[in-house]
Design a protein around this ligand. Structure first.
Ligand code: PLP
Length: 318
């Protein structure tokens, strides 16, 4: 559970830097009634030793966000570079020296009744201190939920569309009320899709397997990082293919990935141990590699990072 955010934290709202407490929208805002917004989530990691804060793939996140805003025809009038500059400015103005989460949100802003969207759009960028989203140190117990992942023919799961997160909220609620740490969704074909807010990988017969983008998943950037780390650093074959539910019960490892979740090993699915019920070697190694890569300790992956306080050392991140 995350703490409430301090109302004095500076956010970017209505083209200005203002305290969170002053960033208010009308109760009639279109997005509040109809879910017509698109958001994203970016991590920033503070490293004590280097006295610096690393934003992870800010420009890739902003590019995905802008592209997916296009699905809803919400226009964000700034470039990914300008959005990244705003983010750096927010971290500096707030003098954050802790792990944090960046939440850009663009939305249909008309103040009226009626679902038909028009061209009135707005956006905001918020940066808040953020610790662990899930405590996965001992591994998670995940449960396959009865809710199915939304289809591309209804609300595209590949965009972080606000209204679509009702699907994730229902799944998370069901999983937690049934005693699980996290939900696993199947799609309408019955294949395993992803977690409520994260992607899913299994290790089976020495291969790392994850569902492709066409299985109604969010095409996660952490997923992309993990695929590169597994291939380059662990020499693993990475396969994108549909996954059956029963493979969750018969594989060697299951783990979840996401900006908030990071890399979270799953040691039990639906009350069945994954292999021996211990965190597996692939998840353990990937977790270490991901930590080192996102904290500036693996030079090859500095391409993912933007240093907020000493930008000259690494430069602009993708
Ligand atoms: C439904 C869903 N799947 C996957 C992810 C992981 O995406 P990323 O690694 O880009 O954070 C998220 C992230 O919030 C998500 O909401």
């Amino acid at each position: 559970m995350q703490a409430e955010v301090n109302q004095n934290v500076v956010v970017y709202f209505d083209n200005q830097y203002v305290p969170l407490g002053e960033a208010r929208v009308s109760i009639l805002t279109h997005a509040l009634h109809y879910g017509t917004g698109v958001f994203d989530g970016i991590r920033g990691y503070w490293d004590d030793k280097q006295q610096d804060l690393f934003l992870v793939r800010p420009q890739d996140h902003y590019q995905r966000w802008k592209t997916n805003c296009g699905i809803l025809r919400v226009d964000v009038p700034l470039t990914t570079e300008e959005l990244t500059e705003i983010t750096v400015e927010l971290v500096r103005r707030n003098r954050f020296q802790s792990n944090l989460y960046v939440r850009p949100l663009a939305y249909k802003s008309a103040e009226r009744i009626g679902v038909i969207p028009d061209d009135r759009n707005a956006f905001a960028v918020m940066v808040v201190p953020f610790g662990d989203y899930l405590d996965s140190r001992k591994g998670l117990h995940a449960g396959v939920v009865s809710w199915r992942r939304i289809e591309d023919t209804a609300i595209p799961a590949r965009a972080k569309i606000c209204g679509a997160y009702v699907n994730s909220a229902l799944a998370s609620d069901e999983a937690r009320r049934n005693g699980f740490d996290e939900a696993i969704f199947r799609n309408e074909s019955g294949h395993v899709a992803e977690g409520a807010t994260c992607n899913l990988f299994i290790v089976r017969n020495g291969k790392l397997i994850t569902p492709p983008g066409t299985e109604n998943i969010l095409e996660g950037l952490t997923r992309d990082c993990v695929m590169e780390l597994a291939h380059r650093e662990l020499n693993l074959e990475v396969v994108e293919r549909p996954i059956d539910r029963s493979e969750l019960y018969t594989c060697d490892e299951v783990f979840l990935t996401g900006t908030a979740v990071e890399i979270a090993p799953v040691v039990e699915v639906d009350h069945r141990l994954v292999k021996t019920g211990a965190i597996g070697p692939v998840a353990r190694q990937l977790r270490r590699l991901y930590f080192e890569a996102t904290h500036g300790y693996l030079s090859h992956y500095n391409k993912w990072l933007l240093r907020v306080y000493h930008p000259a050392i690494v430069g602009k991140a993708a």
